[in-house]
Design a protein around this ligand. Structure first.
Ligand SMILES: Cc1ncc(COP(=O)(O)O)c(C=O)c1O
Length: 468
């Protein structure tokens, strides 16, 4: 027995028959699921399960109820765009309302009173934030937005000299990252044409092998001031071995930083163990903290007490104990909080805090990753088996080289791609579009269901049939 394929008029009947004849009940299925290895995509195919059964069998499915699912007509939107903007959780909504109430009722006293006094709000987020990215609490802080943080961290960790002026990034980096490094190079009086080194993809689908990265770091080694690498490449969905990249960069004497925009809340990270100097990420994608949400930074513990590191400063980076003496001096808070400048935007931090608590409640990144592997494995198996004439998966096949997202090239070029993308959207299945012909589909383990992935495949099949 296999998974039911295709919608068709008899879909509901087949579903009922199939459920009736399955020998497994939800508990047995859950037990089997629990014993599945990480490479669970193909294994799931071998289980006689309907997507609805898969959803029922997974205890993490219940977290979907904690989110507002956008509507499509009378029904729900199948939302696969957590790689761009995660959905609003009811917890995030409530957290904002709580702080509005504190502001309304306590006004300035909210800094000192209430359940979470604003004066220590930031500090209270450090433990769950550290868990999210595999760091120690002193190594993380929430502040600013991603590109701003990239600049602020480069002020400290990109210290070019005439002998060592270069920054190494991946070719096709997210424009804001490219722009940030390009402008930093210019800011220091160097020429990006010579100092911005881009590692070209060397694998089919536009991904980059570890060998190519190692070669580039070795070849450019003595000139490298900084290696700035993504945790996950936004276009291809490729995940990287960050520890190895940090090791290679450090061995050449370069500083190493990571942009974890697409990795935070998507993959279990181990930033402390990676030994990177710094990292930054956003919270509006997989962390579901809302549009333009406050970003996170990581600064490795070994820099925590180094007050000599050059940095741009402001009063909220000054030690709390003496901050309000209002002196004309700067004594940095040890650790990442020492990079803070302004008093924190509580209304913007509230959804980040609530989202981090939700991650904790769901069992953290390890549990969510396990579900994510199943969801994305299921998506991949449906594409391979039913949709290969329409879609080509660009994201690496090995689960350890990707997160939730699959980047799908639509066969037949841009016009076909746009037509499929618009058909999907018109039928309530939302991915996102990347020029010239890529649709990104990212099942988020906190709120996406197996049944929605089946719906995606059915909608592609219906479009394909209509083309024939
Ligand atoms: C990889 C990457 N870098 C940078 C950015 C820009 O982030 P922000 O607008 O928060 O500065 C994004 C936004 O999606 C991104 O995906």
């Amino acid at each position: 027995m296999g998974l039911i394929v295709g919608p068709g008029p008899d879909y509901a009947d087949r579903l009922r028959d199939w459920t009736r004849c399955t020998a497994l009940d939800a508990r047995q299925i859950a037990a089997r699921l629990a014993s599945l290895p990480y490479h669970s995509g193909p294994a799931i195919e071998t289980l006689p399960m309907h997507p609805t059964t898969l959803d029922q069998a997974d205890p993490l499915s219940r977290f979907r109820e904690r989110f507002h699912i956008p509507c499509h007509g009378e029904g729900e939107l199948a939302y696969f765009v957590g790689n761009s903007l995660g959905l609003q959780s009811k917890d995030a909504e409530a957290a904002v309302l709580t702080e509005l109430k504190v502001w309304r009722e306590l006004a300035v006293e909210g800094h000192f009173k209430g359940e979470r006094p604003w004066l220590r709000y930031l500090e209270s987020m450090n433990a769950p934030l550290a868990e999210l990215v595999g760091a120690q609490p002193i190594e993380v802080a929430a502040m600013n937005t991603l590109t701003v943080n990239l600049h602020l961290l480069m002020v400290s960790f990109y210290r070019p000299t005439p002998e060592r002026p270069a920054i190494l990034i991946e070719a096709g980096a997210f424009p804001s990252d490219w722009q940030a490094v390009e402008s930093q190079i210019r800011f220091h009086g160097f020429d990006p044409a010579e100092c911005l080194i881009e590692v070209q993809p060397d694998e089919p689908g536009g991904t980059i092998s570890m060998e190519a990265i190692a070669r580039a770091i070795e070849q450019q080694g003595p000139r490298l001031a900084l290696v700035l690498w993504p945790g996950i490449q936004y276009r291809t969905g490729q995940a990287f071995d960050l520890k190895e990249i940090a090791r290679l960069g450090k061995a050449q004497g370069a500083a190493v930083g990571f942009d974890c925009a697409h990795a935070a809340g998507n993959l279990p990270l181990a930033l402390h163990d990676s030994s990177a100097d710094f990292a930054t990420w956003c919270h509006y994608k997989y962390v579901n903290a809302g549009p333009g949400a406050v970003s996170g930074i990581f600064v490795h513990e070994r820099h925590a007490h180094d007050a000599t590191l050059p940095r741009l400063t402001g009063w909220y980076g000054h030690k709390l104990a003496t901050r309000f003496q209002m002196a004309s001096s700067f004594d940095p808070t040890p650790g990442a909080e020492g990079w803070a400048m302004s008093n924190p935007p509580i209304l913007a931090l509230a959804p980040v805090r609530a989202s981090l608590e939700l991650f904790r409640e769901a069992g953290g990144m390890a549990a969510l990753r396990e579900r994510s592997l199943r969801l994305t494995g299921y998506l991949e198996s449906l594409i391979e088996r039913e949709l290969s004439s329409v879609l080509e998966v660009l994201t690496p096949k090995q689960p350890e080289r990707r997160g939730a997202q699959l980047s799908l090239r639509v066969r037949g070029g841009r016009a076909q791609g746009r037509a499929l993308f618009e058909y999907l959207a018109a039928h309530g299945v939302l991915g996102d579009w990347r020029e010239p012909d890529v649709i990104r589909i990212s099942p988020a383990p906190l709120y996406n269901r197996f049944a929605e992935i089946r719906r995606f495949a059915d909608t592609v099949l219906a479009w394909s049939k209509a083309q024939a």
